[in-house]
Design a protein around this ligand. Structure first.
Ligand code: NA7
Length: 551
């Protein structure tokens, strides 16, 4: 159920402002309301959902099992909500959040259809002033950015992009009313996760589908399926234990319901003979390239896995030229975020689906009638841009955020994001970032990381209140140490291999400095560090008036 809400009247007395009404913003609101903290949430969309509000393209689906990609903080919700599939689709996830929000009456504190334009720290008032595109000015001592990691959509800079006379649409800004694709000549630019999910679904209805691919993608079968009563019963019996395992795990995932995709490998591909590798390929298909411990760490093992992957692509895709184009050759397995799919490669066997390999035949321009590549014009009715996001920092940098002395966050982060624990930035007191760069965030089950951050921030705010502390920000040294630590744990992994270019490294955004942004140390280890720091009286942070005056 989606309830239309009146815009709540603004107050002059907020304690905390939250930006974003996705899963993070809604749980944060719930926690703060229970503490009696006066809170408003500002949200650009017309309803809750965040990522799951904006990304409603055909085939949009979560890649973590629904029984795990769900709130753990309400036993009632956990017991009452029944997921229909192993991995939930966007409509189901959106319905779930709406159900939670209705159940706890959370909408009444949200200003929908309102985008935050600026957030400035006022040193005299010791608080934040936010302005919006609706002309609002809101003030509060604390601001929490729940703005998401993949929420600043990117449009490519292609000549003629505005000249197209047909329908142009971005997967990340898919209209609620849908897009008419039936029988149409559809072109899609991009082959990242969004496109890989959308392509098989669009092919079911489009008259023709042309995929414009710059970089081929490693993708693994999702093996999605309806959840059985037995699945549900098993998980419900041990839910508490399961959630605890998630919290102390590497990626916030405990069940491994996705099969080999989520199992922690122990054996090494380099220990297998050629015959054994082939046998494994015959038995497990694409999954074989995710089943060995040395593939993510050893380039030779990675090359072996890539050969097997190529063999699988050739087995599925009938046209040899298309198969060759679909096989990633330039980057190792494990460099980019793992994509999962349902019949992605098989879709290219359909006669009305074609692939344009932009490495051989680059886009020259968008024309009124379609897309012109170096070799020819492709006439289209619809162009879909599945061209990604300015990840992790984009949503923050698109707001004019200024801290002490008017310092701009975008300038502080000109050489890459710097913060402490991914939670707070030196020079920007009383500003929290949920799942910010430098935290496990996109390398984990987001729900686990969101809950951990919200709980930590809420405990922190309680601590500040009960100790009469007005301001909090990281020490510069603590921030520097954390940034070094984040970089050190990533070094030596495929994520930062010289041949790897990914949105984790910010390399999809022109001018963005190459820096591995998420924390790869694991959610369990990270939680432990955050808890230790809190238990030590928030070591590494400067607390209170007197200390700040000396900064
Ligand atoms: P991604 O994974 O960043 O994919 C974007 C795709 O768009 C990728 O294939 C890009 O190719 C392509 N792209 C971007 N600009 C262009 C231009 N100018 N020409 C051609 N192709 C272009 O974004 P997604 O939305 O698919 O997925 C993001 C995350 O969301 C995903 O990892 C999940 O966590 C959920 P490139 O690789 O840059 O050559």
């Amino acid at each position: 159920m989606t309830t239309t809400v009146e815009r709540p009247a603004l107050s002059a007395d907020y304690d905390v402002l939250i930006v974003g009404a996705g899963f993070a913003g809604m749980y944060q609101l719930y926690r703060l309301r229970n503490l009696g903290v006066r809170t408003a949430v500002i949200e650009a969309g017309s309803d809750v959902g965040g990522t799951w509000y904006w990304n409603r393209y055909p085939g949009a689906r979560c890649d973590v099992a629904s029984l795990e990609y769900s709130y753990s903080w309400s036993k009632d919700v956990q017991n009452d909500w029944v997921w229909s599939e192993l991995m939930a689709s966007q409509p189901e996830i959106e319905r779930y959040l709406q159900y939670v929000v209705d159940r706890f009456d959370l909408r009444r504190d949200v200003l929908f259809n309102t985008r935050v334009k600026s957030a400035h720290y006022d040193e005299t008032a010791k608080g934040w002033t936010l302005t919006t595109d609706r002309g609002d000015t809101l003030r509060a001592p604390f601001t929490i950015m729940a703005t998401g990691c993949l929420s600043a959509p990117m449009l490519p800079n292609i000549p003629g992009i505005d000249s197209f006379q047909g329908t142009s649409v971005q997967t990340s800004l898919w209209p609620k009313e849908g897009v008419e694709l039936t029988g149409k000549r559809v072109g899609i630019i991009g082959t990242g996760s969004s496109a890989v999910q959308a392509i098989p679904e669009i092919a079911k209805v489009a008259g023709s589908l042309t995929v414009f691919q710059r970089t081929p993608t490693y993708t693994w079968p999702a093996n999605n399926r309806p959840l059985t009563d037995e699945d549900q019963r098993k998980v419900r019996e041990t839910y508490d234990q399961l959630r605890e395992t998630e919290r102390n795990s590497l990626a916030g995932i405990a069940l491994g319901l996705g099969g080999a995709l989520y199992a922690a490998p122990t054996t090494k591909i380099m220990d297998l003979s050629e015959e054994e590798r082939r046998a494994a390929l015959d038995q497990h298909g694409f999954a074989v390239t995710r089943m060995f411990a040395d593939v993510p760490t050893n380039m030779e093992a990675n090359s072996v896995a890539r050969e097997l992957y190529g063999e699988m692509v050739r087995r599925v895709v009938k046209d040899p030229e298309t198969a060759a184009s679909l096989m990633p050759t330039e980057h190792p397995i494990g460099c980019k975020r793992a994509v999962i799919d349902t019949n992605y490669f098989g879709t290219f066997n359909q006669p009305h689906v074609s692939l344009v390999d932009l490495r051989k035949d680059p886009i020259a321009e968008i024309t009124p009638g379609g897309i012109r590549t170096a070799s020819r014009e492709h006439d289209l009715d619809v162009i879909i841009y599945a061209t990604g996001f300015d990840a992790m920092t984009g949503a923050l940098n698109r707001i004019d955020i200024r801290g002490r002395g008017g310092e701009r966050l975008i300038e502080k982060w000109a050489d890459g994001p710097r913060n402490y624990l991914g939670l707070m930035v030196e020079g920007f007191p009383n500003l929290f970032t949920i799942t910010g760069p430098g935290s496990p965030s996109v390398l984990s089950n987001m729900m686990v990381s969101i809950e951990q951050h919200v709980d930590w921030i809420t405990d922190c705010l309680e601590h500040l209140r009960s100790h009469g502390i007005e301001t909090m920000e990281p020490e510069l040294e603590a921030e520097d140490r954390w940034v070094d630590h984040v970089n050190n744990v990533a070094s030596g992994t495929m994520y930062v291999a010289p041949s790897c270019h990914s949105w984790y490294l910010g390399e999809n955004v022109p001018g963005k400095v190459r820096q591995f942004m998420p924390y790869i140390g694991g959610v369990g280890r990270y939680r432990q560090k955050c808890d230790e720091i809190a238990a030590n009286g928030y070591s590494g942070f400067v607390l209170g008036k007197a200390a700040l005056a000396a900064v």
